[in-house]
Design a protein. Structure first.
Length: 275
């Protein structure tokens, strides 16, 4: 009986990215600015738009982010993804992986490879499908596993943008000193913020555009309330909040911005509860 080849997780572009995302989250939780800057530097250096690793990561996402699609559609997506991957420069990908592995070992230590990644099995399956050395029979089994996951109503494992509940809870508790309990919109914002490290902030930006517009409307409406309209100080403060929200269009999205929006969400909730 042939011995099954063990998956080399360090040669898995998506796993490397997941490690960096989790290290970044830990750095934020622990308020370790030096480590945070180091992780961000590696992400920007190796996963910038158009880089070899970014191109391959996008193909992992093409499979990883799917759920509940029809089986035939899942098979088609898999076929197109495999075809696109076959046109990538695997030599450059290997070289970039080697450089990144070396940098991770040097900056964070070899213990980082013990980080738990919930969706590792799926990432390993996708990597084996992309690998040219995977035997045909094994490749078919991996493809079947991936198609079933993509066509399932609920994925059995978390996707790349997800952070496990323990880490997320730790992150959220940072804000519990300021907020007695988190509102649903605050939880959503925090979730989007944490997930932004895995998709270059795209989903967070989309959410913030909608949320800031909602908050502006709520704050603007409050100016017509009798208790605000008849109080010069409250009117001035409300107008300053409006200016703050307007200014977010030109500001980079960072932890400070997120904290400010969390506070405004709390304010809007208080305004509405007084109606």
């Amino acid at each position: 009986m042939a011995v099954k080849k063990r998956h080399n997780k360090k040669r898995n572009t998506a796993f490397l990215y997941e490690i960096l995302v989790r290290e970044l989250t830990k750095a934020i939780v622990e308020n370790d600015s030096r480590r945070k800057k180091s992780v961000l530097r590696l992400i920007k250096e190796f996963y910038y738009e158009g880089s070899a690793l970014h191109k391959e990561l996008d193909l992992y996402h093409a499979l990883l982010d799917q759920s509940g699609v029809e089986e035939k559609m899942a098979e088609k997506i898999l076929y197109e993804t495999k075809f696109t991957h076959s046109r990538l420069n695997t030599k450059v990908i290997f070289e970039e992986q080697s450089r990144l592995i070396g940098r991770i070992n040097k900056e964070f230590g070899k213990e980082v490879w013990n980080t738990f990644v919930p969706n590792f099995k799926f990432l390993a399956s996708v990597s084996s499908i992309f690998g040219v050395s995977t035997k045909v029979k094994q490749r078919v089994l991996y493809e079947d596993r991936v198609v079933k996951r993509m066509s399932g109503v609920t994925p059995g494992e978390q996707n790349l943008k997800s952070i496990d509940n323990i880490v997320f809870y730790s992150f959220v508790t940072k804000f519990n000193d300021k907020y007695s309990s988190l509102l649903e919109e605050q939880k959503t914002l925090l979730n989007k913020y944490i997930g932004s490290f895995a998709d270059n902030g795209l989903e967070l930006k989309v959410y913030l555009n909608e949320e800031v517009a909602r908050l502006k409307k709520e704050v603007l409406d409050s100016l017509t309330a009798e208790e605000v309209r008849g109080d010069e100080e409250m009117t001035a403060k409300t107008q300053s909040v409006l200016k703050l929200l307007e200014g977010y269009k030109s500001l980079p999205v960072g932890e400070g911005t997120v904290t400010s929006i969390l506070q405004i969400q709390e304010l809007v909730q208080e305004i509405n509860s007084d109606d």
